[in-house]
Design a binder for this molecule. Structure first.
Ligand code: ATP
Length: 492
């Protein structure tokens, strides 16, 4: 089901129809890479963020933070974003499609990659470069060699000559690769000059690093401890596609854990285990989750060790969270650029140290898409197709629907009373329009775990039916015990 090519289209269509996700500025034709969360979408997003926030800050060793999106421009020099936050990109001269060079490999099949590697081995006339290519090929198989060559600034151009455009198929029609900084630039104050240029943050992490000592001093935390933050980040991505997977405005849930340098491995391993557990605890199937460890030669400039948690999207495996051992890179750089000490003073040993940082950086928007994909299901019930979002109860936007069987005989009055009783306990939805079967289907499609029906028997014995979304099983319980029953079930 999940790896059905149409699944994304179906999810996009359901999202719009039922109020999960709308295209940004739709009436003006939309804005590429930006999406709006509708009434149900914002509930699901908030529930994901709440679960993450609680899993982090209900621990005694993690504090919360909400730092500003706009930061001093030096922050981005210190972080390496001004220098390194670029993606080489190429355009097809024929069809004008734009590609990120490092993602090109993912668009080609293995046969195509092997063929191109063989072709550059044969066609390269530059002795020095040819030796370099031969060296890579002698140590790796052809497919890995392709990935290494395409990311090598000296060699990628020669390889691109051998490739067809993945969109229109034209051969060697690419422009030379150009570096493209992904940060959005804006200006502080009314004058647009270079002195007032600042950036929208491309990640929330830096707000945590520069506040490390503020948080530590104000909370008296001792190493190891973490700082958690949820917030918007902006990247002027070259290719925005696959719905919410790669957008230009998105939300991150980041926790930076400060440890003694000698404890880095222990905590890196620990957070790997904790984080994958979090996704599974919210209903993700183990088969759809995996770690992708970064090989040492592909680590980001700040990282000693890194892994991605990947989800099995219908378009293939994609990163939903990065876990990195950032060493003391960030604190050291901020010390250098600000001239202020960011060292931690250990009361016991009376020593000052720069802690290492273990980062867990999850995308709220990307996990939103992963949770939606995981939940989406179609099945046949009594000869009819049923679409059901099997969202975890904690994530479901609406927890229960209240459905009087008919709009007469005192049923609406009882239903309204139940509604009043439940309204402020959790999110509910009152629906008295149309056949009850159709109303069930509407709730299934948006993932509501429970449907409460008031029928003729309710008038006789004050019981109502409670139908469970996934199994469609119904039980009867006294309407007086409904609230405690549902609260207990929703907490499971
Ligand atoms: P990618 O390689 O896919 O561009 P990344 O390695 O640059 O991602 P990180 O910088 O590690 O991503 O960011 C941490 C998390 O933030 C990612 O795992 C992802 O969930 C989320 N994220 C990053 N870029 C985007 C984006 N453009 N749209 C939505 N979410 C994003």
């Amino acid at each position: 089901m999940k790896n059905n090519a149409n699944t994304i289209e179906k999810i996009v269509s359901l999202s719009k129809r039922r109020g999960y996700i709308f295209q940004s500025s739709e009436i003006y034709g939309g804005l590429n890479g930006c999406w709006d969360y509708g009434p149900l979408g914002v509930e699901l997003l908030n529930n994901i963020k709440k679960e993450w926030w609680n899993s982090m800050t209900l621990r005694e060793d993690v504090e919360g933070l909400d730092s500003s999106i706009l930061m001093h421009p030096k922050v981005w020099e210190a972080s390496g974003h001004v220098e390194n936050f670029t993606d080489p990109m190429i355009d097809c001269k024929q069809c004008k499609a734009r590609f990120r060079v490092d993602l090109l490999g993912g668009m080609l099949n293995e046969k195509r990659k092997k063929k191109s590697v063989r072709a550059i081995l044969e066609n390269c006339n530059d002795e020095k470069l040819k030796n370099k290519i031969e060296d890579i090929c002698s140590k790796n198989n052809e497919i890995d060699s392709f990935d290494i060559i395409i990311e090598d600034s000296e060699l990628s151009g020669i390889l691109l000559n051998e490739l067809n455009c993945p969109q229109c198929g034209t051969q060697s029609s690419f422009t030379a690769a150009r570096e493209f900084n992904l940060m959005f630039k804006t200006f502080l104050g009314p004058v647009e000059d270079t002195g007032s240029a600042i950036f929208l943050r491309p990640e929330t992490a830096q707000g945590i690093f520069v506040n490390f000592l503020n948080v530590q001093n104000s909370t008296r935390q001792k190493l190891p401890f973490g700082i958690a933050q949820i917030g918007k980040a902006f990247r002027n991505e070259i290719n925005t596609k696959n719905f919410l997977f790669r957008t230009r405005e998105f939300e991150q849930m980041e926790m930076q854990f400060f440890v003694k340098p000698t404890d880095d491995k222990k905590w890196y391993d620990n957070w790997k285990v904790e984080r994958i557990k979090w996704y599974k605890g919210l209903g993700m199937n183990s088969e759809n989750l995996k770690f992708h460890d970064h090989p040492t030669n592909k680590l980001a400039h700040y990282a000693k060790e890194a892994t991605d948690i990947e989800y099995n999207f219908p378009f293939g495996w994609g990163e939903i969270e990065g876990i990195h051992n950032r060493t003391d890179f960030d604190l050291r750089r901020h010390e250098e650029f600000s001239g202020k000490s960011l060292k931690y003073f250990d009361e016991e040993t009376k020593e000052k140290t720069l802690p290492y940082i273990i980062e867990t950086s999850a995308g709220a928007s990307r996990s939103f898409m992963a949770f939606l994909t995981e939940a989406y299901d179609e099945e046949e019930v009594n000869g009819e197709q049923r679409v059901v979002l099997r969202l975890h109860k904690k994530l479901a936007p609406i927890k229960a629907s209240i459905l009087p069987l008919v709009n007469k005989d005192g049923m609406p009055e009882i239903a309204k009373k139940i509604e009043e009783d439940l309204r402020f306990k959790f999110k509910i939805f009152y629906d008295d329009k149309g056949a009850v079967g159709r109303r069930y289907r509407r709730q299934d499609e948006i993932g509501t775990p429970y449907a409460i029906t008031i029928d003729t028997q309710t008038l006789e014995d004050q019981t109502v039916t409670v139908r469970e979304r996934d199994s469609m099983e119904q039980i009867r319980i006294l309407s007086d015990s409904l609230s405690s029953y549902l609260l207990e079930k929703l907490a499971e």
